[in-house]
Design a protein around this ligand. Structure first.
Ligand code: ADP
Ligand code: MG
Length: 346
């Protein structure tokens, strides 16, 4: 079935909130009074100029990988960097370019230990790219799903706390991540580094899924989609018809990451995409059959996966809950294999 209500305005609303906070950030460390005065009247495009990196200044190295966004290269620009190049065959109109610039304008406001360092962007077509620091460690995805690493409970909590800290900061800045997943979380000698925040608009515009009557779903993506986002998936996703990502849907994603950390697998394991879309859209939560953990640990999961967005905790609350968890063994003896799944609406 495909019945659901449209929420076409939601992404625009998010962008508006980000813009309105924009001007409060720029002046603080600028000693030159001329700049201060200019800043107060400056448009986004003027402040963006500071972050504009001429493409030719980049010393592009080898390909690290390919994602929805385009190709990621390692490179050198005053040290080692990651260069995310946008696929230009998808960026052929003003609107896409503006979307890209709008997203870049939010990145310069991000300074946090647990967020990848945004260094600048190439904003002159046909070369559009984002330059960030190069993450040295491996992604949580690789640790969990490829290497099958098992983290003990105190390490698991530490990772979750750092993710909450980075995410709480983003949300306080009015930035919705939109694509929080273990593939976008690096672990660098114990330190969490979150990448790719706020980029989803561009990826969607770039890599439109309109290829006939197919909805192209990146592997492992569905289990991060909250019910309200799931219900807005369309086989033919129009360019203006954004998915309703919010800070609440980010919290849902965190729930999935928390599950992966605890179980070492994806939620909904083995279910076909159609079944996941249908179940989550209707308010059914993934099965917790594989998860043997304490009540408190499961409560966090259930709260993050609440059907109603406003019932999901904020990251500051999450941080408190995580801090209170006992740092003992992760896997308890299966004396109480609690099965909380299949309950609609909390
Ligand atoms: P995805 O996040 O879906 O894996 P991306 O386009 O973001 O797709 O990334 C493609 C590849 O580049 C991935 O292997 C990812 O780990 C790697 N990568 C992305 N950003 C960085 C970075 N800042 N530092 C190091 N590697 C990165
Ligand atoms: Mg990524």
């Amino acid at each position: 079935g495909s019945g659901s209500t449209g929420t076409d305005d939601s992404e625009r609303t998010i962008a508006g909130r980000v813009d309105s906070q924009d001007s409060t950030v720029s002046d603080g460390e600028n000693a030159d009074p001329r700049c201060t005065r200019q800043n107060s009247v400056s448009s986004v495009s003027q402040s963006l100029r500071e972050w504009d990196i001429p493409y030719d200044d980049l010393d592009r190295g080898e390909v690290i990988g390919r994602g929805r966004f385009g190709i990621v290269y390692s490179g050198n620009w005053h040290g080692q960097v990651a260069i995310k190049e946008l696929r230009m065959d998808y960026v052929n109109d003003e609107k896409t370019l503006e979307a890209f610039k709008a997203e870049v304008s939010t990145f310069r406001k991000t300074r946090h230990e647990n967020l990848v360092l945004f260094m600048g962007a190439c904003m002159k077509p046909p070369r559009l790219a984002i330059v960030t620091s190069l993450c040295k460690g491996m992604t949580l995805y690789k640790h969990i799903h490829v290497l099958k690493d098992k983290f003990n409970m105190s390490r698991t909590i530490l990772i979750a706390q750092q993710i909450s800290q980075g995410m709480g900061y983003l949300h306080a800045r009015g930035i919705v991540h939109k694509d929080l997943k273990t593939k976008n979380i690096f672990l660098e000698s114990g330190k969490v580094v979150i990448t790719d925040f706020g980029l989803f608009n561009v990826t969607r515009l770039c890599h439109d899924s309109r290829r006939g009557n197919w909805l192209s779903i990146p592997p492992g993506w569905l289990c991060y989609l909250s019910p309200e986002v799931m219900r807005n998936l369309r086989v033919i996703q129009k360019q203006d018809d954004g998915l309703p990502f919010t800070t609440y849907s980010d919290v849902y994603c965190f729930g999935t990451v928390w599950y992966e950390l605890l179980c070492g697998e994806w939620p909904h394991k083995g279910l076909p995409p159609e079944a996941i879309i249908w179940q989550v859209g209707r308010g059914m939560k993934p099965s917790l059959a594989h998860l043997q953990a304490s009540r408190d640990v499961k409560d966090i999961l259930m709260a993050c996966w609440s059907y109603r967005p406003d019932e999901r905790p904020e990251f500051s609350t999450m941080l408190n809950s995580l801090t209170r968890l006992p740092k003992k063994r992760l896997h308890r003896s299966p004396s109480h294999p609690i099965h909380l799944s299949r309950s609609a609406e909390s």
